[in-house]
Write a protein that binds this ligand. Structure first.
Ligand code: SF4
Length: 150
């Protein structure tokens, strides 16, 4: 199982904090889950400017039809896509069939992500990592509601 590193207690969020989930922390400690943070793996620093997908969702980003922009307007699409590809590679390497991801993130969100206006509004859709993992056939659960998506 692959998990968002911030849920495993790693302080890798854009604000330099973690978002530990007790059950995920336990799964990682027991060696049953692999933590990964796409935004760090894509080369972005921590802390970093908050980013949202603009013009679509993670599927559109992967298809070159939407961008990921920081709150300052910087285009960070390339590191987001690169990080997602690295995470997808890790999932494949470990034969992961399931991922538990942080809800709403422009990378890890699944089913709902922020809408690109940087106003806290959500829209239907997946983050870049979630979109790529779905395309790879993984079942995804998001933490915050624990809903399942295919
Ligand atoms: S939500 Fe995903 S990309 Fe964002 S900090 Fe957590 S693991 Fe990294």
């Amino acid at each position: 199982m692959l998990v968002s590193a911030c849920l495993a207690g790693q302080p890798c969020r854009y604000d330099g904090r973690a978002r530990p989930d007790d059950s995920i922390v336990e799964e990682v400690k027991a060696g049953r889950a692999i933590p990964a943070c796409a935004e760090q793996l894509g080369g972005l620093p921590t802390p970093r400017a908050a980013a949202e997908i603009f013009g679509g969702d993670g599927h559109d980003v992967l298809d070159g039809e939407a961008k990921v922009l920081t709150i300052d307007g910087e285009d960070v699409t390339a590191p987001f896509v690169e990080g997602a590809q690295i995470v997808a590679g890790i999932a494949a390497e470990h034969g992961a069939t399931h991922a538990v991801l942080q809800a709403r993130s422009p990378s890890c969100g699944c089913g709902a992500v922020y809408d690109g206006t940087h106003t806290g509004q959500l829209m239907e859709g997946d983050g870049v990592v979630a979109a790529l993992l779905k395309r790879q056939g993984l079942m995804i659960t998001t933490v915050r509601g624990r809903s399942q998506h295919r």
